[in-house]
Design a protein around this ligand. Structure first.
Ligand code: NZQ
Ligand code: ZN
Length: 389
């Protein structure tokens, strides 16, 4: 274990109907003017919108709405949100939705304190020292945005999708009601599972030693996703399954599992380049890339970690030869992603050409390399991407 400071101050209300009599009060503690941010309308169909409005009325809050936040949220929405925050002297932003809505809300909160173009906040041209308070009502278990300080914004003009983590963007309060995820489609449920698993893999597959407790914790979360995703797919209103997936999504990325390690992620920067150009669902991109990345990383030096994964997560017979266990662990993951939860197993449908692969590979490693589980240069990423076709 390395030295670290544990400080995850997001207040979480977990469980059924927790917004009732709590949401309005929490928002009111920041002020009267609320910007309500949501996506393409799912919250209206599910009835959550009406429930939220009812709670806001109880505290006589002044609400301005900004809807239509797209999956892979666009910088235009952030610009618009930042403008409204300034114009209406917004005190607090309420994000009701999945990762896209919450991410966009975070950058709007930062844009409220910035006079230049909001895209500067994503490119790091501008510092993010302040952000309006963010309150979330989560509707999809996947990104962990409800309990982390990160956000990812796309710019269709430049074909960039850039992530950034800054402490001021950490949500102040998050409402996690598993029932709000009952209506998530099978496809988005499966993509969410792939995303949660990837957040764990990005940290778990690391060569440092001495993180036994955190390894066990991550293996527990992986087993949780593997156990409950098929149940949620078959029975979308299974509370136990939805609850376990929801809490796993938050803890996979809230920083707890790092144990002071400063780990460079591998599959996420690669996936972000693919979704920047092809606008695919983040979790699907990760599902396709991850097993290819694992195979690329598997060698004598990394074999032990794959064995640990295979034995502890998939119960592979530990008496088998190491190489066999390691390879079998990747096969089991593929079988989970592509057979059990039914995600597409390749990028064939995207018709990616050679030149675009080169561009994506170069951008994914920032023109240098990714210093992750295995060091990846542009040539390595190109090979991984070609294996995805
Ligand atoms: O737009 P609405 O109507 O809300 O519909 C959404 C959207 O179409 C729908 N949905 C959400 N909750 C629903 C629902 N449909 C029915 N019932 C519900 N309860 O699902 C679709 C996808 O939503 P989205 O928010 O895009 O999904 P997700 O939560 O997977 O977020 C993906 C975004 O988050 C970023 C990704 O790159 C991507 O842009 N990430 C954010 C991270 C973070 N903040 O830390 C880390 C992640 O690694 C990730 O990069
Ligand atoms: Zn992710």
């Amino acid at each position: 274990m390395n030295n670290f400071v544990y400080d995850i101050p997001t207040k979480v209300y977990f469980g059924k109907n927790q917004i009732e009599n709590n949401l309005g009060k929490e928002l009111a503690s920041f002020g009267k003017n609320v910007l309500l941010v949501y996506g393409g309308g799912s919250i209206k169909k599910t009835g959550l919108y009406d429930k939220v409005i009812k709670e806001l009325k109880k505290e006589n809050l002044k609400v301005t709405e900004l809807s239509g936040i797209a999956p892979n949220p666009r910088v235009d929405s952030v610009r618009e949100g930042g403008r409204i925050c300034k114009e209406k002297s917004i005190d607090v932003i309420l994000a009701v939705g999945g990762g896209s809505v919450i991410d966009a809300a975070k950058f709007m909160g930062a844009a409220a304190y910035y006079e230049g173009d909001a895209w500067d906040l994503s490119t790091r041209k501008a510092d993010i020292k302040k952000c309006l308070p963010i309150v979330t009502v989560l509707t999809l278990s996947a990104t962990g945005s409800e309990m982390d300080c990160g956000g990812v914004i796309s710019n269709p003009e430049t074909k960039d999708k850039l992530g950034r983590m800054e402490r001021p963007m950490l949500p102040s309060v998050s409402f996690l009601d598993p029932e709000n995820t009952f209506t998530v489609s099978k496809y988005q449920t499966a993509c969410g599972a792939a995303d949660i698993l990837s957040h764990l893999f990005e940290v778990y597959f690391d060569m440092s030693k001495g993180f036994y407790m955190l390894d066990c914790f991550m293996e527990g979360l992986m087993k949780t996703v593997i156990k409950f995703t098929p149940i949620a797919l078959k029975d979308p209103e299974n509370y136990e399954a939805r609850a376990n997936l929801m809490w796993a999504s938050s803890w996979a990325i809230n920083g707890f599992i790092n144990g002071g390690r400063n780990i460079e992620w591998s599959c996420h920067p690669i996936e972000h380049e693919v979704s920047a150009i092809y606008d695919i669902t983040h979790g699907l991109g990760l599902a396709v890339i991850t097993p290819r990345w694992m195979r690329y990383c598997l060698d004598d030096s990394t074999e032990d970690k794959f064995c640990q994964f295979g034995i502890n997560v998939f119960d592979i017979d530990k008496s088998l030869p190491k190489k066999e266990i390691a390879e079998e662990s990747i096969k089991r993951l593929e079988s989970f992603l592509f057979e059990t939860i039914g995600l597409d197993s390749d990028f064939k449908a995207l018709n990616i050409d050679e030149n675009t692969i080169k561009i994506m590979a170069k951008k994914a490693c920032g023109g240098k390399h990714i210093n992750g589980f295995k060091k990846l240069y542009a040539e390595d990423i190109e090979k991984i991407l070609k294996n995805c076709l």
